[in-house]
Ligand binder design. Structure first.
Ligand code: PAF
Length: 315
C-alpha cells in the first residue's frame, strides 16, 4: 500500500529524499516556506543533477501544510533552529498513528520534536546522503551512504520494519539500529570535524584531508568530541577508530559542499549551536576541556553575524 509522506523542510536533503520516495511510487509532498523553490518544483518538477546526469521529477510541493491533509509519515529535515516553529506550524499533518522521523544533523532534535508531537510518534536516524541546492527547483545529489533508522527506545517494531521497506525500495539504503544514541553521536563527530572547518575555510569536504592545517584542526575537534562521548558512556556507531570513520566519510563525500558552508554562502544561520556548541555544552557539564570546538563555535558565530552585517551593507 502507498505511504503518504510529507517532508517538512524540503531543502537540499529533504527534496532529495522526497523525490526518491516519490519515484518509488509513494505519495509525497515537499513542504518548504521558500516560495521560489516550491513554485519552481510545481511548474517544472524538481531537477536532480548527479554523476549519472540530470533528471526532472514531478512531485507535489507546497508552502502550506493544510494543503497536504494528514500523512502516514512526516520526515523532518528543517534546520535544527527551525524545528520547534516548523513542527508546531504543521500539526495538521498528524493523525493518531502518524510517524515523525527526524534525520536532521546535530544533537537534541528528537527531544525537541518529542515535546511537540509526543515521544510515541517519534523515530530518528541519520543520513549518509549529500545534497546541495543549485537553484530554486534544482539540486545536486552529491553522494550516497546509509540511512540509519531507529526507535528512541531501541525496540525493533513493525512500523520501523515497514519504514525500512519503504526506504529500501526508494534506494535510500536503510539500516535499522538499536543504538540510536550511538548513531546520532557518530554522525555528530563527523559534523564536528567537517562542517565548521569547511565553512570557515570555504573548501569542499575532501580538501580537509589535502590541507595539513585543516586536517589537524579536524582531528583535534573530533578528538575532543570523542572524549566527551566516552565520558557520557556512549557506544559510538560505527565501532572502531572514530577518527578513521570521519576520514572515511570525508573521502566518500569529498566533492560535497557541506551544509554549513552552504548556509554561510547563502547568508543563513548555521547549525553550529547543535554541532560544535553541543560538544562545548556537554564538555562543560562533564568537566572535559573542548577548546578547539569552542574556538570553532566562536569563529562561526563571528562569521554568521559578520556576513549578515556585510549583506545588509551591500543593500
Ligand atoms: O552536513 C553535511 O554536509 C553532511 O552531514 C556531511 C556528512 C558533513 C557531508 O557533507
Amino acid at each position: 500500500m502507498e505511504t503518504k509522506i510529507a517532508v517538512l523542510g524540503a531543502g537540499a536533503m529533504g527534496s532529495l529524499y522526497g523525490t526518491m520516495l516519490s519515484e518509488a511510487g509513494e505519495e509525497v509532498w515537499l513542504l518548504n516556506h521558500w516560495k521560489e523553490h516550491i513554485h519552481a518544483i510545481r511548474e517544472k518538477g524538481l531537477t536532480i543533477s548527479s554523476a549519472s546526469g540530470d533528471r526532472s521529477v514531478f512531485v507535489k510541493a507546497t508552502t502550506d501544510p493544510t494543503e497536504i491533509g494528514q500523512a502516514d509519515l512526516v520526515i523532518v529535515f528543517v534546520k535544527s533552529y527551525d524545528t520547534r516553529d516548523a513542527m508546531s506550524g504543521a500539526l495538521s499533518l498528524l493523525r493518531e498513528e502518524t510517524m515523525v522521523l527526524t534525520l536532521q544533523n546535530g544533537l537534541g532534535n528528537a527531544e525537541q520534536l518529542a515535546e511537540i508531537v509526543g515521544e510515541r510518534r517519534l523515530l530518528a536516524g541519520t543520513s549518509g546522503f549529500g545534497s546541495t541546492v543549485l537553484a530554486p527547483g534544482h539540486i545536486r545529489h552529491a553522494g550516497s551512504g546509509d540511512t540509519m533508522l531507529g526507535e528512541l527506545s531501541g525496540a525493533k517494531t513493525t512500523r520501523l520494519e515497514e519504514l525500512r521497506r519503504v526506504f529500501d525500495s526508494a534506494g535510500l539504503r536503510p539500516v535499522i539500529t538499536e543504538n540510536l544514541q550511538g548513531v546520532v553521536w557518530g554522525k555528530l563527530l563527523v559534523n564536528v570535524g567537517v562542517n565548521p572547518v569547511t565553512a570557515l575555510a570555504r573548501v569542499k569536504n575532501g580538501q580537509i584531508l589535502d590541507i595539513p592545517e585543516l586536517k589537524d584542526i579536524m582531528e583535534r575537534a573530533v578528538g575532543e568530541a570523542f572524549e566527551v562521548s566516552c565520558r557520557k558512556g556512549i557506544t559510538l556507531f560505527p565501532a572502531g577508530d572514530p577518527l578513521e570513520h570521519v576520514r572515511e566519510v570525508i573521502r566518500r563525500t569529498k566533492d560535497n559542499v557541506s551544509s554549513m558552508r552552504q548556509d554561510i554562502e547563502k547568508g543563513n544561520q548555521t547549525e553550529i549551536d547543535v554541532i560544535s556548541g553541543a560538544i562545548v555544552r556537554e564538555g562543560n557539564a562533564l568537566g572535559v576541556p573542548t577548546p578547539v570546538n569552542a574556538l570553532l563555535m566562536n569563529l562561526m558565530k563571528g562569521l554568521e553575524k559578520g556576513s549578515r552585517n556585510n549583506q545588509s551593507k551591500l543593500r
